[in-house]
Design a protein around this ligand. Structure first.
Ligand SMILES: Nc1ncnc2c1ncn2[C@@H]1O[C@H](COP(=O)(O)OP(=O)(O)OP(=O)(O)O)[C@@H](O)[C@H]1O
Ligand SMILES: [Mg+2]
Length: 240
């Protein structure tokens, strides 16, 4: 039972090995009569390069599941393996590495630093990796061009539209070339037209960067752009 847990050191995943493996995961909030079974016995895998849409009603467990996959929260039962690392049993140091080297998040509320320009926000993960300044600036420029914001590099989040802010957040998430992009309702705060553009951008960058992504959404368009739809209801996987 060690085939998916052996750490690999760079290079593409061997054929047939999933990038994400969620195995019998359970998560309960609270105890006794107040217990909420947010996830129960959830199992699935995601192949390298796949874009998977995670759908389900409000309260079905999408955010809980994404947080566990990305190492922001721990399951009470089961385990999660991402890119050969058993996320559910990493210590604090392992989680820091995971978020620096393997997984990036995009949130519904963008999560940009208000006092930093678009370029500085995108550059944050590169500073954490101590990339030389010239290399960092070149990569930031490339990323902002990729999301169509080359001309907005010096604007702060408060000076940009919601769709532009989310594109900055996507550029930031791509900065360290993560293996896995986790996006929790990335278009939840955007109007339909802007949301559609952000979806199409996500689809395109996943392909261009050879990434894998799991995106929770209520949007039928995102479902149609995904390679596969996982549906959860009351904490259980019902399709996928
Ligand atoms: N920190 C918490 N403490 C207690 N219960 C929680 C907590 N976070 C989530 N829950 C409960 O767990 C269940 C799943 O919540 P979750 O946020 O994962 O749903 P969701 O599918 O992301 O919903 P939405 O579409 O509204 O974002 C819900 O019943 C919720 O009330
Ligand atoms: Mg949620």
């Amino acid at each position: 039972m060690t085939t998916t847990t052996e750490a690999r050191h760079g290079g593409p995943a061997p054929a047939g090995v999933p990038l994400v493996s969620v195995e019998h995961v359970g998560r309960t909030y609270g105890t006794g009569s107040a217990a909420v079974h947010a996830l129960q016995d959830v199992s699935f895998t995601i192949a390298p390069g796949e874009l998977v849409a995670l759908v389900g009603r409000s309260g079905s467990g999408k955010t809980t599941l994404l947080n566990i996959i990305g190492g922001l929260d721990k399951p009470d039962a089961g385990r999660v393996v991402v890119d050969g690392r058993e996320v559910s049993s990493l210590d604090e140091g392992g989680l820091v590495e995971l978020r620096r080297d393997v997984v990036s998040f995009v949130f519904q509320t963008f999560g940009l630093v208000p006092v930093l320009s678009a370029a500085e926000n995108v550059g944050v993960p590169l500073r954490l990796r101590k990339l030389p300044t010239a290399d960092r600036e070149a990569r930031v420029e490339l990323l902002l061009d990729l999301v169509g914001l080359g001309a907005h590099a010096q604007q702060r989040p408060g000076e940009m539209s919601g769709g532009q802010q989310q594109r900055v957040a996507i550029a930031r998430a791509l900065a360290n070339s993560p293996r896995l992009l986790v996006a929790d309702e990335p278009t939840g705060q955007l109007d339909t037209e802007t949301g559609t553009a952000v979806m199409a951008l996500l689809r395109a960058v996943v392909e261009a960067e050879g990434m894998t992504a799991i995106v929770s959404t209520h949007d039928p368009l995102m479902m149609s752009l995904a390679d596969r739809v996982l549906r959860i209801a009351d904490g259980r996987l019902v399709e996928g």
